[in-house]
Design a protein around this ligand. Structure first.
Ligand code: PBG
Length: 327
């Protein structure tokens, strides 16, 4: 039986070589950023219950670990601190201590490994007792402008420590302009800004909050600064503002639940677009895998391909190490 078909799209799916020939999105290790947790509370790698295969790394082990990751082909890392509870306070003052873990560790890594890209997250939540990304005002509200002032001071410490990029993950108004101006005033014109521009108030951040130890004070409601998951127009406005304020890279976060926003960003701004496949996106696949319900590596790759297809240039992903040998 033969139909007289004008179109037979299956011709370009006939065998694996032909399928590869017509592949439209590609994933390269060069385009992945591996988020790494560094802890000053431990001397051994510490498991994170809700994130299998991800650890909090002690300062004394991280340099050799990064050498191993580099041997796998990973070159870019975003560092997040997990600090001792005794160093936390209402104002997150440890964030402005030049001797703080996250600045010290950057110097140490950079002095031992030169061909590496380090991204320093700028936010107060690892440092505050309440777990918010900002300074609390007298009525318990997040004070925008004093938070922005602290973030821009942090950016100088991060630049001095050697970070290639600072990544403000807080969603305060006006912080990109403030950070860019302060960096330029201090002659850090080469330090770039990866802005968490469209960061949604998401339930998928749960495991990360366990990882950095900010979840003792849960539940934390960040919806007065992070975006409402129902809102597209508001996300567009945030992307536009960060573009105008001088961000070098615009980020959308989380990634897979927000492919429409990633696609919009990539079609509308002449800047590299980054997507952050967050902790909950990682853990949900792991949980299904541990139940025998889904194949972990195939699902991880499918998720990453969909984020690429939507238009992300770079992807922050906790799967980076695991899938390094598979792409
Ligand atoms: C906060 C911050 C968060 C993440 C990165 N930076 C969590 C939050 O906003 O509470 C989430 C990353 C993840 O879930 O993997 N500064």
């Amino acid at each position: 039986m033969k139909f007289n078909l004008t179109h037979r799209p299956r011709r370009i799916r006939k065998n694996s070589l032909i399928r590869s020939l017509f592949e439209e999105s590609c994933l390269k290790l060069d385009h992945l950023v591996y988020p790494v947790f560094i802890s000053d509370c431990t001397n051994v790698p510490e498991k994170i219950e809700s994130m299998p295969e991800i650890f909090r790394w002690p300062a004394n082990k991280i340099v050799s670990k990064i050498h191993e990751w580099k041997d796998l082909g990973l070159n870019s890392f975003a560092l997040f601190p997990h600090i001792d509870q005794s160093k936390k306070c209402q104002l997150g003052k440890e964030a402005l201590n030049p001797e703080s873990l996250i600045y010290k560790i950057c110097k140490e890594i950079k002095s031992s490994i030169s061909d590496i890209v380090l991204i320093g997250d700028l936010a107060l939540d690892p440092y505050t007792t309440h777990g918010h990304d900002g300074i609390l005002g007298s009525k318990g509200q997040i004070d925008n402008d004093s938070t922005v002032d602290v973030l821009s001071r942090m950016s100088i410490l991060a630049a001095e420590a050697g970070y290639d990029f600072v990544a403000p993950s807080d969603m305060m108004d006006g912080r990109i302009y403030a950070i860019r101006s302060r960096l330029d005033d201090h002659n850090f014109t080469e330090t770039g800004i990866i802005s968490y521009s469209a960061k949604f108030s998401s339930a998928y951040y749960g495991p990360f909050r366990e990882a950095i130890g900010s979840s003792q004070c849960k539940p934390i409601d960040k919806s007065s600064y992070q975006l409402n998951p129902r809102n597209f127009r508001e996300a567009k406005r945030e992307l536009e503002l960060d573009f105008e304020e001088g961000a070098d890279i615009l980020m959308v976060k989380p990634a897979e639940p927000y492919l429409d926003i990633i696609n919009y960003a990539s079609n509308n701004f002449n800047l590299p677009i980054s997507a952050y496949q967050v902790s909950g996106e990682y853990s949900r696949l792991w949980a299904s895998h541990l139940n025998g319900w889904l194949d972990l590596d195939s699902c991880a790759l499918e998720s990453l391909y969909s984020i690429k297809r939507a238009g992300a240039d770079i992807i922050f992903t906790y799967f980076a190490e695991r899938i390094a040998s598979k792409i």
